[in-house]
Design a protein around this ligand. Structure first.
Ligand code: NFS
Length: 670
């Protein structure tokens, strides 16, 4: 057993600290205390345990060791990493597949409650692939797009179609390296085949297929999921939201939706606003139904509907500990099995809804898009009926406002308004050095590190260095809880050049871009930046870095790998799943070395595991500056900027009239 940590060491979030103390008072476990009690296995943790056959498990401990079949450490690590990436790609892609089937059903009038909300996006996406759009109804176009997207999963030969949306030069590189996926399912199946006992035994060759499998996630499954979510539920645009456990309401029926797919949660949002349900809740003595989200479901309904986020991954248990949650409705991914045991100490009902996910002891109400609204109402009524069973309630006060909803479409629009929407201002701000570079800080919480600390430490430091930050997933919720996703709150903490840009455009310095599948929006932004010109002709030339400081899921490894394949430098915090010392790669760490230096030679991007936030920041800035220099851009010089923008104008307005003119012209001159 590892040392039991103090509550403040578990998380920097004071609402979370309050609830963990409550758990300790009640004598119940949380992921934090279980992480203390469970010492991770060093051998498995380093990917050096092979249990692919019945001759093992073979636990290799030092350089030169081999398994019963003779498999080397690097072969075993490559196999384990590839299997993790395949699982992550499968999870995201299956989500995309379900969305595609929903689109097909909506197009054919077979669903209840859904509609095509964003016809403009439908037409734009269809036209990427040459689907005729003129003089056709949205349903006809949607039917063809759904068929095309459904076919991407089972396609056996050729290339998945969304890769055509990448920069031309990148597509050429992928062709040469043989990593364009043929079909999503084919690559996942082949990943499992190749890593079976007695198959692929050259670690670099195994990892080439890991890249191809991850590509099937980022440039197919996840991209399909994002496209269709926008088409059916609307492309996000900024709105006001709130985050943290303080969004739960004492006088209302609290229903927390948790998981990933927006198909169910969007329908629960619709049902919760139905007069019949509101009346039903009132009759039960509540003031209505308060919906909130956890994990990526939270992000999906937050950025489209402004439904508050109760928290990120590690808040799932903490929300139940408030005693105020009547029902937690879950679908797929990142759902802890511990929820059911914990809920049994309270009145909370855990309701599973996916045909793919049941949890022993939970109530299962299977969701089906053909009767979506009816099922959503049934779930809400069950929660309302449970309101009377509530015991003691402890809801922390903490909640923060935030502005989510920065889709790539909105970023394009916001930079120039509707008559000159373009990425030009962003590229120009990077070229001039107002913005030093861009960092995408994404991914999970991990109870082995202090919740939200790594995320927000890295975000805050990079902002000071004029790095524009985009976020998705649980990382975005971490920043939201600290108030970093608001212009007013964040602006005084950012570097002078970035502040000028944010004030001029009217955006926060941290842009919430959505859920984890929406990391594909970042691929689209990077592609559009390339196409806009001035920052090279491929993604690997852009001064940008991706970071997942608190990663824990296999999906995160898939995302990292498709970002590397797209040309990005990706930094992960915490434990490396393929061994080695964090921050120090030895020659014997062949796999670690290959995914860094080897992949960089091939793809222009690389994956590294770095333990401390200070070193992550150092590596990020060094990479950004290296890419700036390679493009021939001026080195970052913060003193050059900060003399324009709204904050400065306020100072100017305070001057006496005669000095104002001089100050304004002075401003314009420099
Ligand atoms: Ni991403 Fe979303 Fe969170 Fe990690 Fe889980 S919710 S898909 S995997 S934990 S960011």
């Amino acid at each position: 057993m590892s040392k039991k940590r103090e509550v403040q060491e578990y998380t920097i979030d004071t609402a979370a600290q309050t609830m963990i103390r409550r758990a300790e008072e009640l004598g119940v476990d949380t992921a934090f205390s279980r992480a203390d009690a469970m010492s991770p296995c060093n051998i498995g943790g380093a990917g050096m345990c092979c249990k692919q056959c019945g001759m093992g498990p073979c636990r290799l401990t030092k350089s030169g060791d081999v398994g019963v079949c003779g498999a080397t450490i690097e072969t075993i690590q490559a196999r384990n990493l590839t299997r993790a990436i395949a699982a992550g790609a499968a999870a995201h892609s299956d989500h995309g597949r379900d969305m595609a089937f929903t689109l097909k059903a909506v197009a054919n009038g077979q669903t209840e409650g859904y509609a095509i909300k964003d016809v403009a996006k439908l037409r734009r996406v269809a036209s990427y692939y040459g689907i005729p759009i003129e003089k056709r109804s949205p349903e006809e176009i949607a039917n063809d797009l759904a068929d095309l997207y459904i076919s991407q999963f089972g396609q056996q030969r050729g290339e998945v179609v969304p890769v055509r949306r990448a920069p031309k030069k990148r597509q050429e590189r992928w062709k040469q390296l043989g990593v364009i996926p043929r079909g999503v399912d084919r690559e996942v199946v082949e990943a499992l085949h190749r890593t079976h006992i007695g198959d692929d035994q050259d670690y670099q060759h195994i990892l080439q297929h890991a890249v191809k499998t991850a590509m099937a996630d980022g440039w197919a499954g996840s991209m399909i999921a994002t496209d269709i979510s926008d088409i059916l539920f609307g492309t996000p645009a900024p709105l006001l939201g709130q985050a943290n456990l303080g969004v739960l309401k004492k006088d209302m029926v609290n229903v927390v939706v948790h998981g990933h797919e927006p198909t169910l949660s969007e329908m629960i949002v619709a049902a919760s606003q139905d007069p019949e349900i509101i009346a039903y809740a009132r009759a039960a003595g509540a003031n209505g139904v308060q919906l909130s989200g956890i994990c990526c479901t939270a992000n999906e309904i937050l950025m489209r509907q402004g439904i508050p986020a109760a928290g990120n991954f590690l808040h799932q248990e903490l929300s139940i500990l408030t005693g105020a949650v009547e029902a937690m409705v879950v679908d797929v991914q990142c759902i802890m099995q511990a929820l059911v045991g914990l809920a049994s100490r309270f009145h909370t009902k855990i309701i599973t809804t996916s045909p793919k996910v049941k949890i022993t002891g939970a109530t299962h109400i299977e969701f089906d898009e053909h009767h979506a609204l009816t099922i959503a109402k049934q779930i809400l009524k069950l929660a309302i009926d449970n309101f009377k069973n509530r015991g003691e309630v402890h809801i922390p006060n903490e909640r923060e406002d935030l502005i989510p909803g920065f889709s790539h479409e909105y970023i394009n629009y916001m930079l120039g308004g509707s008559y000159r929407a373009s990425f030009r201002p962003l590229n120009d701000a990077i070229i001039s050095g107002r913005i030093r570079g861009v960092a995408a800080i994404v991914g999970c919480n991990n109870p082995r590190s202090q919740q939200d600390y790594l995320h927000t430490k890295v975000v805050r430091e990079l902002l000071k260095q004029d790095v524009l930050v985009v976020q998705t997933g649980c990382g975005a919720i971490a920043s939201a809880k600290l108030g970093l996703l608001l212009g007013e709150a964040g602006i005084d903490q950012v570097g002078p050049g970035l502040r000028e840009v944010c004030e001029t455009v009217g955006i926060p310095p941290v842009l919430h871009m959505g859920s984890c599948v929406d990391n594909t929006r970042i691929l689209t932004v990077l592609t559009q930046m390339v196409e806009e010109g001035g920052l090279g002709d491929d993604i690997d030339q852009i001064p940008a870095v991706g970071l997942a400081p608190e990663w824990m899921s296999e999906k995160a490894l898939a995302i990292a790998t498709y970002c590397v394949a797209s040309g990005a430098y990706v930094i992960f915090g915490g434990q490396s799943p393929i061994g080695g010392m964090p921050d120090r790669v030895e020659d014997s760490d062949k796999v670690l070395k290959y995914i860094s230096q080897g992949w960089e030679k091939e793809y222009g991007g690389k994956l590294e595991f770095i333990a401390t936030p200070e070193k992550m920041i150092e590596a990020t800035l060094a990479h950004i500056d290296k890419k700036r220099a390679a493009l021939g851009l001026p080195a970052w010089e913060p003193n050059k900027f900060g003399r324009s923008g709204d904050a400065k104008m306020l100072q100017v307005e305070a001057l006496p009239l005669e000095k104002r003119r001089q100050a304004i012209y002075g401003l314009a001159a420099d």
